[in-house]
Design a protein around this ligand. Structure first.
Ligand SMILES: Cc1ncc(C[n+]2csc(CCOP(=O)(O)OP(=O)(O)O)c2C)c(N)n1
Ligand SMILES: [Mg+2]
Length: 685
């Protein structure tokens, strides 16, 4: 078989597997895989350094399918290149990541060919995509990670990290704001290891983009500082290959390739229409399309002879060679730079270095106290010195969030200084969320930060963190009404409830400076869960831990902080964050009146839910029905802890613009109100 013929056969195999899978599933998106099969073929078989036998090789090139609805492209290529499966503990499982049987069962329960690319479910998927724009934005984080890793670990004669990131996207990705934020940041940082290919097919679900999207996208990317290339025919493999080669030669800027394509390529009735986007072609049309490709019309899920071999001879051989050369290089590197080599290995396994928690601060009792954000800044600065690969920053609120790393040598991450640990995301919260995800899939311990109110702007990326089981860290300050005069636009109400509702996300709202430290201690040890720290702007009293229980209770999510007059409470006060010291004050007053009160500090519902029933019952004894929760946030959800007989002092409305003290009075966050409510509940007027 001559080369052109086998190339065409390989490309058409991607197309027909996609068509057949969508047809069998009676759902899915055939048109874009049909159009982009040559692109994906070229990136994988001719450009990428990726060893299918070892898909977690640290220096592999990354591939991101940001138009995740075209997932059959990924399942086809992972299958045809025989990428191997790896589990969450990074062990190779000795079986393919995506078997032909998975493709036959596309979109069915437990298939390794789900509807959209899912990191952690299918090996070879570098990030979860589907919410349009997330993939490309995440790729910017991956590119930042590569630059940082290269700067820290490459040494003369040892290019340990020199990989590239390829991301494919559609019109939807280009329309979404997150992609613009990320492109702007990527251009600013001059990420020349990053290449986006835009599938310029003029089609989205509602029809031609003439109804929605008529701007000059190429000009926009030029303005962002990207190198913009155009390939006028998505079937022209040589030109695609050339454009990718230009990308690899380009220095100082990321590359954006405009690829003109025809959705549903080859389908006589559906090509270039939105009908090819998101539904099966239909049996008749499938046959006509296969005829157009010169494919046996009746054959299904056919991988013709020679196709697997062709990929094995391309990416298989090139990737294996590159990986083996690297592994040799790394062995020599380990001999010369054992400490750095050890770090690289720890990073890959998401481990912490020895002594990661040395010198963590401890705060003395102090009624005036420390702001949550201050305690966080101090803790973070210690951790970042102990853990070289802990880095991050804020969306332009560093001075307020206290996330800046201020110690000697921390440095700023900029185009010319990629070893810096302070990232400046700019006012781009959504892209920040995705960039943190991109750092995390690259095994860098990344964090992002802003005011808690603006967590909304990052929420879709935070949700993906949880879905991907990534140990990302988000530091949100100004957690309630502490910035009183800024008013209701800056006062979170429903945010705690909504983040607590995300499965697998650890949300922690510490009560004082020592709880902040313990929260970090807990978070740093997570390997598969993202965490949100919700911190106060204003100083919170540092509780006297000789009188009250140790802040180490944070690791259990909730703990008995204060128990007076024996261990047999008649009322339980439950609070988080700034309301814990308020509850303690109320508790002392109740105790003075011989009311047997208990205070439970509950920084994290999620962590508490994961404790044994025995422990949970010891903190919240089922027999004690008089329970009052106090939290400067939506009351939504607290019923589960206070029960039918309990009450909640929380927010039922938005806040207001006024000094904090007045707001606390207006909304009932005062010790006397807590005391009065308890007495009313106990019938003791
Ligand atoms: C954030 C988000 N909004 C909406 C959707 C639903 N959706 C999936 S594909 C699509 C159209 C995408 O058009 P385009 O990116 O041009 O893809 P093409 O049809 O060209 O493959 C939409 C609206 C989504 N997946 N993500
Ligand atoms: Mg499109």
């Amino acid at each position: 078989m001559n080369n052109d013929k086998i190339v065409q056969l390989a490309v058409n195999t991607i197309r027909t597997l996609s068509i057949d899978a969508v047809q069998a599933a009676k759902s899915g998106h055939p048109g874009t895989p049909m159009a982009l099969a040559p692109l994906v073929y070229t990136i994988w078989n001719r450009a990428m350094n990726f060893d299918p036998q070892y898909p977690i090789w640290p220096n592999r090139d990354r591939f991101v399918l940001s138009n995740g609805h075209a997932s059959m492209l990924l399942w086809s290529i992972l299958h045809l290149t025989k990428v191997q499966a790896v589990n969450a503990d990074y062990e190779e499982l000795g079986k393919p990541s995506v078997a032909l049987e998975d493709i036959r069962r596309f979109r069915q329960l437990d298939s390794k060919a789900p509807g959209h690319p899912e990191y952690h479910w299918v090996s070879g998927v570098e990030t979860t995509s589907g919410p349009l724009g997330q993939g490309v934005a995440t790729s910017v984080g991956m590119a930042i990670a590569q630059k940082w890793l290269a700067k820290r670990y490459n040494k003369p004669g040892f290019e340990i990290f020199n990989y590239n990131i390829y991301a494919v996207c559609g019109d939807g990705c280009m329309m979404e704001g997150i992609a613009s934020e990320a492109a702007s940041l990527g251009g600013h940082l001059g990420l020349d290891n990053l290449c986006w290919v835009w599938d310029n097919n003029h089609i989205t679900i509602e029809g031609n983009t003439s109804i929605t999207f008529t701007e000059d996208v190429a000009a926009r990317f030029l303005a962002y500082g990207w190198n913009v290339l155009r390939v006028g025919d998505a079937n022209d493999i040589e030109r695609i290959e050339n454009a990718l080669a230009v990308f690899r030669r380009t220095q100082g800027r990321p590359t954006f390739i405009v690829l003109d394509s025809h959705i549903g390529y080859g389908s006589p009735h559906k090509q270039d229409t939105s009908a090819a986007h998101g539904e099966p072609l239909g049996e008749e049309e499938v046959k006509l399309t296969k005829r157009d490709y010169g494919w046996p019309e009746e054959a299904q899920f056919l991988v013709p002879d020679g196709v697997y071999d062709h990929f094995a001879a391309g990416i298989g051989q090139r990737g294996a060679q590159a990986q083996q050369d690297w592994t040799k290089l790394f062995t020599a590197y380990r001999a010369q730079y054992p400490d750095l080599a050890k770090e690289i290995e720890q990073i890959q396994r998401r481990e912490l270095p020895e002594g990661w928690d040395r010198n963590l601060p401890s705060f003395p009792a102090d009624p005036k106290g420390v702001a949550g954000r201050e305690a966080s800044g101090k803790t973070l600065n210690v951790l970042a010195q102990n853990i070289p690969w802990l880095l991050g920053g804020s969306a332009d609120l560093g001075p307020s969030n206290k996330t800046a790393l201020t110690y000697e040598g921390a440095g700023n991450f900029q185009a010319g200084t990629p070893g810096g640990k302070n990232l400046h995301y700019g006012i781009r919260e959504h892209a920040m969320g995705a960039v943190v995800n991109g750092l995390s899939v690259s095994k860098i311990r990344g964090y992002g930060s802003t005011f808690f109110i603006f967590s909304d702007y990052a929420r879709p990326a935070i949700r993906l963190s949880a879905l991907m089981e990534l140990p990302t860290i988000f530091i949100f300050t100004h957690d309630a009404m502490g910035d009183g005069e800024d008013g209701p636009t800056h006062q979170p109400v429903e945010h705690l409830a909504s983040l607590r509702a995300i499965p697998g996300l650890v949300t922690i709202r510490p009560a004082d400076a020592n709880e902040v430290v313990e929260a970090y201690r807990y978070i740093m040890q997570l390997r598969h869960e993202p965490a949100i720290l919700v911190l106060s702007r204003q100083p919170l009293p540092t509780l006297d831990r000789t009188k009250y229980a140790s802040a180490a209770g944070v690791a259990k999510g909730a703990y008995v902080l204060a128990d007076a007059l024996g261990k047999n409470p008649e009322v339980i006060l439950i609070a988080s964050g700034s309301e814990v010291s308020l509850a303690v004050q109320a508790h002392e007053k109740l105790v003075a009146e011989e009311i047997r009160s208990r205070v439970v500090s509950m920084p994290s519902w999620d962590i508490f839910e994961h404790q044994s029933k025995e422990y949970r019952d010891s903190v919240l004894p089922p027999g004690v029905k008089t329970r009052l929760a106090v939290e400067q946030a939506s009351t939504f959800g607290w019923e589960r802890y206070v029960g039918d007989a309990g009450r909640v002092i929380g927010m039922e409305t938005f806040g207001a613009s006024a000094p904090l003290k007045e707001l606390q009075n207006k909304f009932g966050f005062e010790p006397d109100r807590v005391v009065a409510t308890v007495k009313e509940m106990l019938g003791k007027k």
